[in-house]
Write a protein that binds this ligand. Structure first.
Ligand SMILES: [Cu+2]
Length: 230
């Protein structure tokens, strides 16, 4: 009994690490424990939007670190979507079943009937549920009629087209940015996490800057703790 409990905790431990990362187009950012929140906890659009084709198949690529289950991709034409009502009921990609590990699917923006044009600013939000709840990642795009994705980013094996890819159940979307803001999460630990992550992200995720960001984050956490005491 005791041994099996230890075994169970060893098996469950990796679930807490890096549920999945949106690799292409560029995600707003990734913080493991924030991925349960709207846009993975990143409330602001990226300062640099990723160019994405207005028409023709273009890839969305991710890497899941455990069985991913149900996947769907939403789209918003708001320049600063802050809750689910800013996202269209027309999905950029309807629900399908994703595999373990690295995978991709294709989106043709011109086929969504959303009157998207050259220069449209949109945000896609990927929702994936691998059994430990909905996990969210966002990417901010500018749609261009003359843009071709890099040749190494084509998606030859679209997992949404696989014979067994049809999703039988769809996750219910509950999280919103406002719900997240009002929840009591974190304290000093989450302050460090978000400060280091945003510092690293704005500097193009350079390795040296990431550790500097951690020090900045620690300073902010100390300031935050001081304010809390006052
Ligand atoms: Cu997970």
């Amino acid at each position: 009994m005791f041994a099996s409990q230890i075994l169970a905790s060893l098996l469950l431990a990796p679930l807490a690490l890096a549920h999945y990362t949106l690799e292409y187009p560029t995600a707003r950012g990734f913080i493991d424990e924030e991925e349960v929140n709207f846009c993975g906890g990143f409330a602001q659009p990226s300062s640099t939007r990723t160019s994405f084709p207005l028409s023709g198949n273009a890839p969305v690529r991710w890497d899941s670190h455990h069985a991913i289950g149900t996947v769907g991709i939403y789209i918003s034409t708001s320049t600063n979507p802050s809750n689910w009502s800013d996202f269209s009921t027309t999905m950029a990609k309807s629900w399908f079943t994703g595999p373990n590990g690295a995978a991709c699917t294709n989106i043709d923006m011109s086929k969504l009937n959303m009157n998207l044009t050259n220069g449209s600013l949109v945000t896609i939000q990927m929702v994936a549920n691998g059994g430990d709840g909905n996990l969210y990642q966002c990417s901010d795009l500018i749609l261009l009629s003359d843009y071709t994705v890099p040749s190494n980013e084509t998606c030859a094996t679209d997992v949404a087209l696989a014979a067994n890819a049809t999703a039988t159940a769809t996750p219910s979307l509950g999280q919103s940015a406002s719900a997240k803001a009002s929840s009591t999460s974190g304290g000093a630990t989450s302050a460090v996490a978000s400060a280091s992550s945003s510092a690293a992200a704005s500097a193009g995720q350079k390795v040296g800057v990431a550790s500097m960001g951690a020090w900045v984050g620690m300073g902010l956490a100390l300031v935050g703790a001081g304010v809390a005491v006052l």
